[in-house]
Design a protein around this ligand. Sequence first.
Ligand code: GTP
Ligand code: MG
Length: 175
Amino acid sequence: MWGSDDEGGEEYLFKIVIIGDSAVGKSNLLSRYARNEFNMHSKATIGVEFQTQCLEIDSKEVKAQIWDTAGQERFRAVTSAYYRGAVGALIVYDISRRTTFDSVGRWLDELKTHCDTTVAMMLVGNKCDLENIRAVSVEEGKSLAEAEGLFFMETSALDSTNVKTAFEMVIREIY
Ligand code: GTP
Ligand code: MG
């Protein structure tokens, strides 16, 4: 986190990381939030990508640098570098695939190994547009989040449900 004072106004830069199993929709959540884009046929992420998004909170300019990496182990970059300096995290699963919810504990362990306890964390159940093939109930998501002390939200990168809200809740919590 950096605070500066050029041009008379304060400026903040926050690093936020997105983690979770492959194909849960991490990259599409980021592209929906940062560029209002969705790709039905997006390829698995290789390495690391990031986008910077500016927003105004209490008339201060806040920049969120949001990092997205591969869910697949073989495509991931150096783990410690990915997490370094992060002050917020979105842990994403896919509500239509149970295994991705079962993995949340492992992602949390990794996050806690590499970040300090003050990091603002949100559990995100993505693809809530797929109600007809839902495999994880809203209650299960909520209670896991409560047990682990995380915020919780269901989102859809496809139809935009809660995407902005989820990112901005984490950013506001940090700020
Ligand atoms: P890795 O980069 O391999 O870790 O995957 P990822 O988590 O970045 O997943 P990605 O964003 O590439 O999305 C995987 C697939 O799910 C793509 O076919 C997307 O179009 C689809 N998808 C992503 N978000 C949603 C959503 O909210 N609803 C639906 N129905 N499909 C989605
Ligand atoms: Mg990706």
